[in-house]
Design a protein around this ligand. Structure first.
Ligand code: ZN
Length: 223
């Protein structure tokens, strides 16, 4: 599944999406023309299939997707209900640590325990591409899309973010409710190059693997 121009359901911005061939209908579609396919959440897809939502409305929404209008998408993904553990770079694991990685004072990821009355952990994150440009900001589970020239794919429980040349920047496996595994990260934060693979983690000139930490305030801090 691939999202182009915008992020999430074209009508409501929810980030769990399905394809809708709005012209022609899927049964008659012979090619996957991205200009004639729109992403919809299961609810809106159902409304289109039942004929409740007219195709013209879907076509209009595809030209002006909700996430682009609003500047953010809704995070309606698997919930974590404590501080999730982070599996990272060749057997590494960071447990019970609200700020697992901080580079040059910037928190790549931050977990806040649920607010009272809720059982959903609040996840905040900053994602920059390998040139250091910020493309996505997640503030307490609310996704704010910043750059336009990137793509998002959801394959099973893998969240895949790609840069404008379709190379993955971040591959994250969500194993709710306990683990998040970072399978790949290519980023640059305030001039520090960061590369995380399944083998190891390279931050600046430093190579780390098998990093095991638990119950720290900040896990890896690089300045
Ligand atoms: Zn929707």
């Amino acid at each position: 599944m691939r999202v182009r121009c915008g992020f999430g359901c074209a009508i409501c911005g929810v980030t769990i999406t399905e394809y809708e061939h709005f012209y022609p209908d899927f049964s008659q579609a012979t090619i996957h023309d991205p200009d004639r396919i729109v992403l919809l959440c299961p609810t809106h897809h159902g409304l289109v299939t039942k004929g409740v939502l007219p195709k013209d409305q879907v076509a209009a929404a595809s030209k002006a997707p909700a996430a682009k209008q609003n500047g953010y998408s809704h995070f309606s993904h698997p919930w974590f209900n404590g501080i999730p553990s982070l599996k990272i770079g060749g057997g590494g694991i960071i447990q019970g640590t609200p700020i697992p990685i901080e580079i040059g004072g910037e928190q790549l990821l931050k977990f806040d325990l649920p607010e009272s009355g809720s059982n959903v952990t609040r996840i905040s994150a900053t994602l920059r591409d390998p040139t250091g440009s910020q493309i996505l900001k997640i503030v307490e589970n609310e996704w704010q899309v910043i750059g336009a020239s990137w793509d998002f794919q959801l394959i099973g429980n893998r969240y895949i973010f790609k840069d404008s040349s379709a190379k993955p920047i971040l591959i994250m496996r969500m194993e709710a409710p306990k683990f998040i595994a970072i399978e790949l990260l290519r980023t640059s934060v305030n001039g520090t190059q960061v590369q995380i693979t399944e083998q190891n983690m390279k931050i600046g000139g430093l190579t780390l693997s098998d990093v095991v930490m638990s119950n720290c305030g900040v896990g890896i801090s690089f300045n």
